[in-house]
Design a binder for this molecule. Structure first.
Ligand SMILES: O=C(O)C1=C[C@@H](OP(=O)(O)O)[C@@H](O)[C@H](O)C1
Ligand SMILES: C=C(OP(=O)(O)O)C(=O)O
Length: 453
């Protein structure tokens, strides 16, 4: 966690003046959009990505693929694809991947981890650089694995960004061991490009823990939808081993689901205000970790119903603390911690040590910021212990972390005078967050103008 005092923009988080009752259309999933773009870029024929998320992370992904020669045309179209309706659609036209090129990863884990394997398939050098925080986020699993599979990478022995992948137009591939305990994205990265390696890839995770399994399942599902053959522990294979056979990938027509992790603050608003929020197009079956919110928030005191209208979550105004292992759904932690800080009993959030290496050290940042509002949050070895206490207003620093900003907005619903620093950081995955938030609250919500500290 580095100080984020360079941002002086403060957003007065609106206080809820009553129970919310709203329908909130949440934009597309970051994780699905960026996987769909990579798979479409590696396919043997053009494809479509419909209802893509348009945010910093996904635009960085699109720009990076374009820099390597892929055509991505942004269109607004109508479609006959089931459920697609009208809206934005990106046409992806694969091409021979080539350097020299430069990729700006920003602070997108999906871009910095999913693209070095793609770059290894390109002809020519691809340089990767990004935000200062991207230099600190773990990448060794991808770098070491790619070297073991035959790639040449110049990283000045840092095991991290910035680096150059000297693409040779092809990669041998084959079996490789990695320790993905710091990020599931190492596994996803190798699997996504795996069909295009000469021998495919067999990834064996050898670390003690593995976070974010739903995201690995998402990778496997989307690979299979693109025609790849994938053997997994769940399909009868060895534990912690995934095997992708070499094959051409199909150009598909994909409709991106709403981002269920970005639905978290809106569902939390129902819980915190004793109101009701509906998220349209909530998928009946999904690999997104955000689907776990149905159980987590129900355990914290609400109830939910999945219907034609979407997912409707209803709160009672009473919030119960939880003891939860969140290692599969780590990205939900900031909003869950915010709700827990408003509960009437203690919460323990476990299994999330890897969050120290996310956009910021999320455990340290959540503890510090909630405590500065009068809270009682203690960092544990692998998570947080949160005891309810009356909170007061103040500045909530966000450390260029979109999920810190949305967590602060949740607290601000119930605590007068919470000022969210740099709410614009939500643009990483949800550029319209302030508008969606005030729209959910309706005209009676507090002032929303941006002021200066
Ligand atoms: O593959 C993905 O799309 C993601 C995997 C997870 O990463 P970690 O396993 O590094 O937590 C998650 O936190 C991130 O927001 C998105
Ligand atoms: C950890 C996250 O992002 P990234 O894809 O950058 O890892 C997140 O969105 O919570």
């Amino acid at each position: 966690m580095t100080e984020s005092s360079t941002h002086t923009d403060l957003w007065p988080a609106p206080l809820a003046t009553g129970a919310v009752d709203a329908t909130v259309t949440v934009p597309g999933s970051k994780s699905v959009t960026n996987r769909a773009l990579v798979l479409a870029a590696l396919a043997a024929e053009p494809g479509w990505v419909r209802r893509p998320l348009r945010s910093r992370d996904t635009l960085l992904m699109a720009e990076a693929l374009r820099a390597m020669g892929v055509g991505i045309e942004e269109t607004v179209s109508s479609s006959s694809a089931a459920g697609a309706g009208e809206g934005e659609a990106w046409r992806v036209i694969p091409a021979r991947l080539r350097g020299p090129a430069t990729v700006d990863v920003g602070n997108a884990g999906t871009v910095m981890r999913f693209l070095p394997p793609v770059a290894a398939l390109a002809d020519g050098p691809i340089r990767f650089d990004g935000d200062p925080r991207s230099y600190e986020r773990p990448l060794h699993g991808v770098i070491d694995a790619l070297r073991a599979l035959g790639a040449r990478i110049d990283d000045n022995d840092r095991g991290a960004l910035p680096l150059t992948v000297h693409g040779a137009g092809a990669l041998d591939g084959g079996p490789v061991e990695i320790d993905a305990s710091s990020s599931s994205q190492f596994v996803s990265a190798l699997l996504l490009s795996g069909p295009r390696f000469n021998q495919g890839v067999e990834v064996r995770h050898v670390g003690a823990v593995l976070p974010s399994m739903p995201h690995i399942r998402m990778t496997v599902d989307m690979l299979r939808m693109a025609g790849a053959q994938v053997d997994t522990p769940e399909s009868g294979g060895e534990p912690n081993v995934w095997r992708v056979s070499p094959s051409a990938l199909l150009g598909r027509d994909i409709v991106v689901e709403p981002d269920l992790s970005n639905a978290a603050p809106f569902l939390a608003a129902a819980l915190v205000t004793g109101g009701r929020v509906t998220i349209p197009d909530w998928p009946e079956h999904t690999t997104q970790p955000g689907d776990a919110l149905r159980d987590i928030f129900t355990a914290m005191g609400g109830s939910c119903e999945l219907s034609e209208a979407g997912l409707t979550f209803t709160g009672t105004g009473r919030i119960t603390g939880i003891d939860a292992d969140l290692h599969e759904v780590g990205e939900l932690t900031p909003v869950i911690a915010a709700v827990a800080a408003l509960a009437d009993s203690e919460s323990v959030l476990r299994g999330i040590a890897h969050l120290r290496l996310h956009e910021t050290d999320r455990l340290a940042a959540l503890a510090k910021e909630i405590n500065e509002l009068g809270g009682d949050v203690v960092e544990t070895a692998d998570g947080l212990r949160i005891r309810p206490r009356a909170l007061h207003g103040g500045v909530f620093h966000t450390y260029e972390d979109h999920r810190l900003a949305t967590a602060a907005a949740v607290i601000g619903l119930a605590v007068d005078g919470v000022q969210v620093e740099n709410v614009a950081t939500t643009a990483k995955t949800l550029p319209d967050f302030p508008e969606l938030w005030t729209g959910m609250l309706g005209p009676v919500a507090g002032a929303t103008t941006v002021s200066r500290a």
